[in-house]
Design a protein around this ligand. Structure first.
Ligand code: GLV
Ligand code: MN
Ligand code: MN
Length: 395
């Protein structure tokens, strides 16, 4: 079965029939693990699921006591996702080990399928990779404790997910999720840096009341306040070059046609290549929420769930990846990622590099997300050359 077919197989394991929805340690992740384990074992890896729910396949080095190269991406999805975001990077990692045909390298290879990168279930992204770098603090552990236990893992042992031993670096294959490569007609791109992101929950509270009997002048409508603020989020982000800001979810209560909304809980996602500009914009948007709430006699509260700084990829490892792209006969195109990736977290602990595959139409986080077979071949060939580059350095 080829790489694209395997991604489609994993897409069958979903919380929502007819769509691909698979959040952190939800039930369908069990079937994903069983399938990924089978492919990993057939490729010659020994496989374990760590206490953070990451599936990890180890392919030994030619000699014991060698450092290892990590290759990974995530197996969770956004609601109603495409079949390739994250999954493709894991499946390509396995395919790359298969390409070795049992040949041992001077370093070991560990292929990782992270349990959470999207942050959909708990509003906190990168839970899987954060566990690898020892960044699951008491508050995060309390949040995810029951989900880990319900999946049959031991949250008390979360520390065992932490990386030990010497690591050469981390490589992540991922679809671009944007239009740049497609518009240039290029199959591959080498990531230079990844934008930071702020995720904040913002709740407007007003007073629920009768939709027929309460005059317009007497209302404290939480949703109307949130709606005004959402339009402000859009216009303030538009005014700043390279900034993006999104309210992707809003939960209204009590939620009935004939009840004035008493509360509106919104998510806010803000990104920019510069951390200073991103943080400044996020602060400004929260002040706008307060101003709008004041004027409308509403209350507003906010809780920031993630403040991930922008991260540069490692120049040396990225250089090796660029040579690998060139050696496969493809143009070396350098680009920055607006989307977040596990590589941002792994970069805290080791050199990290990322290869993007073209996203036809720039479509992602949508069922129509796709990838071209020839681009998958180009990525796999590049992976083989990349391993050869590392063999030369570490052989
Ligand atoms: C992940 O897809 C993200 O950038 O939110
Ligand atoms: Mn995603
Ligand atoms: Mn992703």
């Amino acid at each position: 079965m080829d790489v694209i077919e395997r991604c489609r197989v994993l897409a069958e394991f979903t919380e929502e029939p007819g769509f691909i929805t698979r959040t952190f340690l939800s039930e369908p992740m069990r079937a994903v693990h069983a399938q990924v384990r089978d492919w990993m074992e057939r490729a010659g890896m020994s496989v374990a699921v760590d206490p953070a729910g990451n599936i990890r396949g180890s392919y030994p080095a030619a000699r014991g006591a060698a450092p290892r190269l990590l290759i990974g991406s995530h197996l969770d999805t956004v609601p109603r996702a495409g079949a390739f975001d994250g999954v493709l990077g894991v499946v390509l990692g396995i395919a790359l080990v298969e390409r070795l045909g049992g040949r041992r390298l001077p370093f070991a290879v560990e292929v990782i399928g992270f349990s959470d990168e999207e942050g959909v279930r708990f509003g906190v992204p990168f839970i899987g990779s954060r566990a690898l770098v020892g960044d699951v603090d008491a508050a995060l552990l309390a949040t995810i404790h029951d989900a880990i236990a319900a999946f049959g893992l031991d949250p008390g042992r979360i520390g065992e997910a932490r990386l030990t031993g010497e690591c050469l670096g981390y490589l992540e294959f991922h679809i671009e999720q944007g239009p740049a490569l497609d518009s240039l007609g290029l199959p591959l791109g080498v990531v230079q840096s990844i934008s930071g992101q702020t995720r904040t929950n913002v709740v407007f509270e007003g007073v629920a009341n009768h939709a027929g009997a309460t005059p317009m002048s007497h209302r404290r409508d939480a949703l109307a306040g949130a709606a005004e603020w959402i339009a402000t989020v859009e216009s303030e982000a538009r005014a700043i070059e390279d900034a993006v800001a999104t309210v992707g979810r809003i939960d209204v209560s009590p939620g009935a046609a004939n009840v004035i909304p008493g509360a509106a809980a919104c998510t806010l996602d803000v990104r920019h290549p510069s951390d200073e500009i991103r943080r400044d914009l996020a602060q400004r948007l929260l002040r706008s929420a307060e101003r709008i709430a004041d004027r409308r006699c509403l209350r507003v509260s906010s809780e920031t769930r993630a403040d991930q700084r922008a991260v540069a990829m490692d120049p040396a490892l990225t250089g090796a990846l660029e040579r690998a792209v060139a050696n496969t006969g493809h143009p070396v195109h350098r680009l920055c990622s607006g989307a977040g990736h596990d590589a941002m977290i792994l970069a805290r602990r080791m050199p990290a590099a990322m290869l993007f595959l073209r996203s036809p139409g720039g479509v992602s986080h949508h069922p129509d997300e796709t990838v071209l077979p020839e681009d998958v071949s180009a990525a796999l060939d590049t992976g083989v050359r990349f391993l050869e580059e590392l063999e030369r350095v570490h052989g």
